[in-house]
Design a protein around this ligand. Sequence first.
Ligand code: TPP
Length: 324
Amino acid sequence: MSLSKKQMLELYRWLLLDRLLDLKANELFRMGKLMSMYHSALGQEAVDMGASYALKDGDAFLPSHRGKGIYIMRGIDLKFFMAGMFGKKEGLGQGRIPVGSHMCGDPSIGLVPIQGAIGSPFTAGVGAALAFKLQHKPNACLSFLGDGGSSRGDVHEGMNLAGVLHLPLVIILINNGWSLSVRSEYAIPVEHISARAAGYGFPGVTIDGRDVLKVYEAVSKALEKARKGGGPTLIEAMVDRWTAHSANDPDIYRTDEEREEARKIDPIHEYEKVLEDKNILDEEKREEIRSEISAQIEEAVAYADSCTEPGYEELVYGVYKEAG
Ligand SMILES: Cc1ncc(C[n+]2csc(CCOP(=O)(O)OP(=O)(O)O)c2C)c(N)n1
């Protein structure tokens, strides 16, 4: 499962794209360019990118409401995605998705759509895994889930079914210690959520979600096992929530010390140190990659700006209308 130097550098590009895209989205939100809200994944890049990097073509994946970079890594065009975040007609979601680009599916790349009710989409990921099993396909589904979402009834039912049917499902449970303003300890009676896996009859592990190589390795192994008929695995990845819950959350329930503490470890800086030690990255290369990605993002923003607002017909197309 070890990565070549080329792959390690490629993974770094993805981490940086995820970070720079997130910073830009926060800025665009404040400028009033995005649709209703924005959930940042700052500080969570290692888990989103490290886990997604372990996916293979043919696998399915169900991102969380934060994981924007995953869409791009798995093949959604950045301009199309950005136009979706702007709520434009030409973008992903065609302006009909209240939180912008995510919450859209694309079967051609295995993207299982999420929706607004936290935890509920989990069962769709279980469905994708069930489909692989019924069709005898050598693929697995990677489902991202939060600590808060993990207590929803749908999630327990889905986990149970995955255990009973031994489905090719890998759950990457991102534990950032908070569910909006509720601390995990307040709502979850076990120290590690990975312990719950025993109750569903499959293994559960807890890892450092800020270490991209550890995440990649754990998810690769679990996906490989699932693809070969070895059943589900629950991987709890511990991370820090750098920002408020969303861009319109005043974050008044945390102290300044807690906010500062959450940002103590930067997963991207940690990975840069690993790459520098292995002579894969230096200052010059780092700047080169950063400016390439920034240019790509600016191009996507300019494109999204130039796209059209959806009209009434487009907004109501495909939307349920009560008869009478
Ligand atoms: C059923 C439901 N309840 C409440 C919400 C509002 N809400 C959106 S995200 C969120 C927090 C979810 O916490 P977690 O699953 O830990 O993910 P995180 O936001 O921390 O990444 C809440 C309460 C919702 N979308 N759906």
